[in-house]
Design a binder for this molecule. Structure first.
Ligand code: PEP
Ligand code: MG
Length: 834
């Protein structure tokens, strides 16, 4: 073994560390320890490479001496973590006139010329950064050397020490470049991450016997199932086999000639090597190999390439085979990876014609015909046609169209806009805030500046996972909820120590939440139960009622509808907690704002258009988000909350008969003062007493407060005196803490993030400093006043791994998020607990 201050020969016993020489050098040492046929290799440490970048070159004679006179070598980069990247491999260093003529005698002039030419090109273009065009086309090595001399004004170097020096220097400096640094930092590398280099004897891959190079893995890229995947290029080098048309398959294959037909023993040896790596390196590896006259060399091994689905399948299979523990299987999978299993995805291997980008507001992808109105979406659905609903922004009126559409695209709005929240609840892909789009609803056109004007019926694809809008239909991958995914979820459930509930407004949402195995419903937004056209009409009658008697009549009609809603929900959740939020939005959201809608409403209500229009106008607010919504509406028009409380209690009695006992949770939205809670509590208690007396049945319930205003967080101590739980609505709390409109912030958010004003969109990732401080204050003050107070987060942040870490540390009982975010939340919670 040769060790000098500058380099270390990679042997089973050498002192090679991933933290000093990089993961590739470490992996090669592991392969050598497994007695696999790895060519002679030498590792240069991070420090040595830093010195090289500064111009301090190691002793080349000693380095080349390891490999012997006339040997050719490759140089590979070896960063600490494989995904931090590094400059590409340079092959055949040491190639010169003398070696070329020796190789020509052994393998023929064509093979020798091909090697020489490829090295001159790589050296000129990748190492010395000369223009690639000069070396293109069918040229001889002699001509290539002449071009080199013309450009460099010096002959092509013949001395292997000079060549190797330049190769090492160029790779060391490339690592220091700004682009490379930014790219690896984006992958989590620290600013001072080092690069190691591996100099390896070339196994040439040319010769009379079976010779060439290939890349192989023994699991499929898309599913992670056992399957030989790879290519072999006879008389080839490096990873060229993956890109060459005339490369062969590895296993015997009906599609064409395969390596296994001529070299079955070598393929078997590869299979065994991969199996050994699987158990000893505890990972499915992709192997880069060379055959020289039938002799097998393993040059390198990296984690096999894999889709998200394959990633889960591989980790679960490794744990089931006892190669890794279940805990390790869980920690190996980044939680957001699961999003790609829950929804259809654009196939990463397919071409993408990106038209524009917006906010990736709800994951998954769908292709379909553009429609501009909810009605058009419904009519497309009735004809069985997939459609994409494109709106400036959506409102409750669009809900039925959203149900009918396959995806939603909006010009405005952010992560917590109406479109985004509803789409996530429905499991529909959504791109919101695609601000470059020019939408003309009247002409029914969608202009993508610089590209094209789209009309109704033209086909596009919305990719809500990436935020991209693509032209035409895209190739898709289907969701995968059984098998390995289901097992992983079981393991996560057993490991986690914080509750995960779902935000579910309808029976469909709750059914989906049940499929993902939630601990209950953390937020049922009752206003979302009124979008059905019949209910909407009754709701409008209630809003329009001028006499108290008329209002009561309308509420009497809504009562049985709500009672049925809650009964169904309680029955479905089988005794698990269900937290129902009393009515929240401003009333005008239930009224039409376009001329056609107003006319239709006037007809339905048998009123003049002018009266309908003026009533709508009288309900308009300058700033509805801060206007008469939530508990303010509940106190001003208390009959609405009375009706809802009665519906909840009657449903409790109905669902508890013969079923699991139900203890409903009733939550008051947008509270900012203690007195609001006292007033609502008094009325809800009165309704409970009335229902108990009328029915003769006993039941319990818990009353809680949604903490969504900074004041409620600050005054949580006195608020907690009148309630059993506090649930932080971080959407509104973020909006009000920053004074940042959740519906308009999309317009400038990307500028703000780009300029580092906010590290990230605070509607997507909880601001643990500012909003977080309010959460801490609220939690502490609440629990000090009422020990045992149940605490949770139910804003969209609830499903984000960061918020789960925050909530767990702060001693919250559960988080609640859209059903489709539940698996991500469960895995993130499990990772924190193991
Ligand atoms: C919130 O504000 O965080 C919340 C959950 O309520 P909504 O999104 O319905 O305003
Ligand atoms: Mg809210």
């Amino acid at each position: 073994m040769l060790t000098t201050p500058d380099f270390t020969e990679i042997t089973p016993t050498a002192d090679i560390l991933a933290t000093r020489h990089g993961s590739r050098a470490k992996c090669l040492q592991r392969l050598a320890r497994l007695d696999l046929p790895v060519p002679l290799s030498v590792a240069l440490s991070f420090d040595t490479v830093r010195q090289i970048a500064k111009g301090k070159i190691p002793n080349m004679a000693a380095l080349l001496g390891v490999f012997g006179e006339g040997a050719l070598v490759s140089v590979r980069s070896s960063s600490q973590a494989a995904d931090w990247g590094g400059p590409g491999t340079i092959l055949n260093v040491g190639m010169n006139d003398a070696v070329a003529s020796r190789l020509a005698k052994l393998h023929g002039p064509d093979a020798a010329d091909a090697l020489y030419l490829s090295f001159i090109k790589a050296y000129a273009v990748d190492v010395l950064r000369l223009d690639a065009d000069v070396f293109e086309g069918p040229i001889t090595p002699r001509l290539a050397k002449t071009y080199f001399e013309d450009e460099m004004e010096e002959p092509f170097p013949q001395d292997p020490a000079v060549q190797l020096t330049e190769v090492l220097r160029s790779m060391a400096r490339a690592w220091e470049g700004t682009t490379a640094r930014l790219l690896r930092q984006a992958q989590g590398a620290p600013a001072d991450a080092g690069l190691g280099l591996v100099v390896q004897q070339m196994a040439l891959g040319i010769g009379q016997g079976a010779s060439g190079s290939g890349v192989v893995q023994f699991v499929s890229v898309d599913r992670g199932a056992p399957q030989i995947t790879g290519r072999f290029l006879p008389q080839g080098q490096g990873r060229a086999a993956l890109n060459e048309q005339d490369a062969q398959f590895i296993e015997s294959d009906a599609r064409g000639p395969a390596l296994e037909d001529i070299c079955p023993e070598q393929v078997e040896a590869l299979r065994k090597a991969a199996a050994l790596m699987r158990t000893r390196l505890r990972e499915e590896m992709q192997i880069e190999f060379t055959l020289m006259n039938g002799e097998l060399f393993i040059l390198d091994a990296v984690r096999s390439t894999r889709s998200a689905r394959a990633e889960v399948a591989i980790a679960v299979a490794l744990a089931e085979d006892g190669v890794i523990s279940r805990e390790e299987a869980m920690t190996r999978i980044p939680p957001f990876t699961l999003n790609q299993l829950l929804h259809r995805q654009v196939d990463a291997r397919a071409a993408r014609d990106v038209l524009t980008r917006g906010i990736a507001a709800a994951p998954g992808a769908a292709s379909g015909k553009i429609v501009f109105t909810a009605e058009a979406a419904q009519s497309a659905a009735s004809q069985g046609e997939a459609c994409i609903l494109v709106r400036r922004e959506t409102s409750p009126e669009d809900i039925r169209g959203m149900h009918a559409a396959h995806a939603i695209l909006t010009e405005r709005g952010g992560m917590t806009s109406h479109a985004a929240v509803i789409a996530r609840g429905l499991g529909l892909p959504c791109v919101s805030g695609a601000t470059q789009l020019q939408l003309n609803a009247r002409k029914k056109t969608l202009t993508v500046p610089g590209r094209k004007v789209f009309h109704e019926g033209d086909v596009i694809t919305v990719d809500g996972s990436s935020g991209e809008v693509l032209a035409g239909v895209a190739a898709m991958i289907e969701p995968a909820l059984g098998g390995a995914f289901a097992k992983l979820m079981d393991w996560a459930d057993a490991a986690r120590d914080i509750g995960i509930r779902a935000n579910a407004d309808t029976v469909e949402d709750a059914t989906m939440a049940q499929r993902f195995g939630v601990d209950g419903i953390g937020l049922c937004r009752t206003e979302h139960m009124f979008f059905d056209p019949i209910r909407l009409t009754v709701m409008r009658e209630m809003i329009f009622a001028e006499e108290p008697g008329d209002r009561t009549a309308a509420l009497d009609r809504l009562l049985p509808m709500q009672r049925d809603d809650f009964t169904e929900l309680f029955e479905l959740m089988q005794g698990q907690p269900v937290c129902i939020r009393l009515f929240d939005p401003p009333l005008h959201e239930f009224l039409p704002n376009e001329r056609d809608g107003i006319r239709a409403m006037a007809e339905a209500m048998d009123m003049p258009v002018s009266r309908v229009a003026s009533r709508i106008e009288s309900l308009q607010e300058f700033n509805p988000m801060l206007g008469m919504r939530g508990v303010r509406l509940g106190i001003t028009v208390p009959e609405i909350y009375d009706m809802q409380a009665r519906a909840i209690f009657e449903a409790t009695i109905a669902a508890s008969e013969g079923g699991a006992p139900v203890v409903p949770e009733i939550m008051i939205p947008l509270v900012s003062a203690k007195r609001e809670v006292e007033l609502v509590k008094a009325r809800v208690d009165a309704v409970a007493s009335a229902v108990r007396a009328e029915s003769g049945k006993a039941f319990d319930y818990r009353l809680g407060v949604m903490v969504e205003t900074p004041r409620a967080a600050l005054r949580a101590g006195e608020i907690a005196e009148s309630c059993a739980f506090l649930s932080f609505g971080t959407n509104d709390l973020t909006q009000m803490t920053y004074g940042l409109s959740r519906d308009d912030a999309g317009r400038f958010m990307s500028t703000y993030v780009q300029q580092g004003v906010f590290p990230e969109d605070p509607f997507q990732r909880l601001d643990t400093e500012g909003v977080g401080e309010l959460l801490h204050l609220g939690a502490e003050r609440g629990r000090a006043a009422r020990p045992g107070l149940i605490l949770s987060i139910c804003g969209e942040h609830g499903g984000h791994p960061d918020s789960i870490a925050f909530s767990r540390k702060a001693g919250f009982d559960y988080v609640s998020c859209s059903p489709y975010r539940v698996p991500v939340a469960k895995l993130a919670a499990a990772q924190l607990a193991v």
